[in-house]
Design a protein around this ligand. Sequence first.
Ligand code: NPQ
Ligand code: MG
Length: 368
Amino acid sequence: MKLEGVELRRVALPLVTPFRTSLGTQTVRDALLVRVATDEGEGWAESAAEDEPTYSPEYLEGAADVIRRFLIPALFPIDLDPAAVAPALRHLRGHPMAKSAVETAVLDAWLRARGVSLAAYLGAVRRSLPVGVSVGITDTIDELLDTVDRHLAAGYARVKLKIEPGWDLEPVARVRETFGADVMLTVDANTAYRPADASHLAELDAYGLAMIEQPFAPDDLHAHARLAAMISTPICLDESITSARDAVTAIRQGACSIINIKPGRVGGYLEARRIHDVATAHGLPVWCGGMLETGLGRAANLALAALPGFTLPGDISATARYYERDVTAPFTLVDGELAVPAGPGVGVTPEPSDLEALTTATEWIPAP
Ligand code: NPQ
Ligand code: MG
C-alpha cells in the first residue's frame, strides 16, 4: 500500500459537562483527526493529545507538527502495511500519541481494503462489553452523588472517581455508603500525590476499591511499589506505562497489579496488544483507558477492549456521557454494554455534516 497524502483536521467538541481532574478542567475537547489517502483507499484515526501538555508531554499542536514534518515524510517512501509503520518511525524519539494516530489511520485503510475489522485483526473474543464511567471532581459531594446515581441508573458497570489532595476520603466514603458494597468503585489521582502521602492513601483501604490508579509521578515506580506493599487495594498504573517494556519493568518491581492501557499513550494498538499480552502472561488484568475520544477513537478502543485479557470495564463510555454531537454516529449503552464495531477497519466513519460542523481547521499534506 502506498501513501498518497494525509489530511490533518482539527475538531472542537463541546463537553456536555465540564470534566475536572487533578490536572485541570476541560470544557471542550479539541482533537486532531488524521485521514490517510492511499492507493487502496482511505483510513481515519485521531490523536489522543490534548490541547495542553498536562496529562502527557504531548499536546495537539505539537502532535500536528511532528506528524506533518517528521512522521508522514518517513512513510511516503515505504511500502505500507500496519506492522511497517512503527519500525519506520522508530528513529524519531517519543511522540507516541502522534505515532498512534498515524499507525491507526494506516491500519484502518489497510483493514478496510481487506474487509477485516480491527476487532478481528487484534484478536477480539467478545461482541459487546460492559463499560465504566469516569466521574470528574465536583463542587459539592451532593453533586457527585447525583452524578454517580445517574450513571449507575444508565447501566455503567464500574464508577471511577477522580481524586486529588482534599477530595479523596470523604467523597469515596459517601459514594460507598450511598450506593452500597456491590458497586465496582475505583479512584484515579492522575499523579496528584507525593510519596509522603502514602499513609493517607492507605486509609482508602477501608472502602473496598477495585483499584487506586496512578497516585504518584509517572517516573516514580518505587513510590507505587511501596504503597502497593502497604495496602491491600490493587494499584493500577496509567501515566507510568508507555510501552510493553515499561509494563514488564513495573510488574517486576511490584509497582502495579493492574494496567490501564491507552493506545495513544503507548504508541498505537499494536503496542497496546503487546502490553495486554505481557500483562496476561504475568497474570495481571488490564482495561482500556479513555482520553475523551471522538467516535473514531471510541470505536477502536472497543475493538481493543474485546481482547480476552481486558477483564475489567474500561473508560469507554457512551457518546452521550461526553458529547451531544460527535463526528460519528453515537455509541449507546444497551443493557449496560457497548457493541464492538464489526465493520471493516475501525468500523465507523465520520458523518460528513457533523464532521464539517465540528471542524475548526484542515490541512492537506501531499506526497512529495
Ligand atoms: C485518565 N481519562 O484515565 C484520563 C485522564 C484525562 C477518562 O479519566 C482532555 C482530554 C482532558 C483527555 C483529562 C479519563 C483529559 C483527558 C484527563 C484525559 O487518567
Ligand atoms: Mg488515569
